[in-house]
Design a binder for this molecule. Sequence first.
Ligand code: PHE
Length: 354
Amino acid sequence: MDELRDKYIDAIANASDEAALEALRVQAVGKKGEVSLKMRELGKMTPEERQVAGPALNALKTEINAALAARKASLADAALEERLKTEWLDVTLPSRGRRIGTIHPVSQVTEEVTAIFADMGFSVAEGPQIDSDWYNFDALNIPGHHPARAEMDTFYMHRAEGDNRPPHVLRTHTSPVQIRHMEKHGAPCRIIAPGRVYRADYDQTHTPMFHQVEGLALDRDISMANLKWVLEAFFSAFFGTSVKTRFRASHFPFVEPGAEVDIQCSFEGGTVKVGEGDDWLEVLGSGMVHPSVLRAGGVDPDTYQGFAFGMGIDRIAMLKYGIPDLRAFFESDLRWLKHYGFSALEVPTLHGGL
Ligand code: PHE
């Protein structure tokens, strides 16, 4: 038994890896291992012999098992040491720079517009970008044969043959939100509705998708004078300087009377400056809501009246931040976004400045 002990305890302590250790285990205490075979011989011994050999064999087996476990642990430790030596990490190295995204000028300006109108008591309404032609046209007093439909360069949604749902369009303006809001909330109301609109048009100042903000104020005594005051107050807050407006009589089927509104500006040295000079730049369409439109929205035109306007968000963003080409807004060029974008922490508020 001492022989067995000498043979295995040493070999185990020197086993070079897990495989060698396992081979030793099988050889010593496996089912047919040397120690196990010796234990089987106990049966052939006399009771006296067995009394001495039994406990001694058990003790040897326990000792071998303990040696196996100890060597296994030390091999694992050594392996870990080895890995730590090769997989080390220099935590004092400077980290890789993180790229920080920016807020798109359209998002920033939408926030600015919202903050200014919110201060004047307007809340924000929304409508779908895919709308029926009833909301986009008919309810706004633009019947099927009206030339305004053709002028709008409308994108129509595809309809399979036999599909007789009403025709749907990508909304060509935010004006359908007027109808949806009136249907749901009636009058009086003061809302703005910013969002995407679509027209088949593409050049330096037109993209097939662009942004508008609609305004609608209804009450018993709202007049054109309120419209003019609200717009001048808006532009002065938005551009941070007093801005004159010019109303030019114009026609939109959903207002009567209707006006296009220009803001005062100067074109000098190739740059536009708003709020000074003798030139004018068109920025929106507006007017007093047509009685047929009020009726389509379920509002009684004998009790209520009000104004509406629709303004190009991209247009006023270009003016305020000196951005020359509208198409760049939607090209997702990271260099452009970095240059014209805003820090996520520059949340526009009236008190913080716009
Ligand atoms: N919807 C018009 C357009 O897109 C703008 C407008 C809105 C005009 C409200 C008058 C009143 O051109």
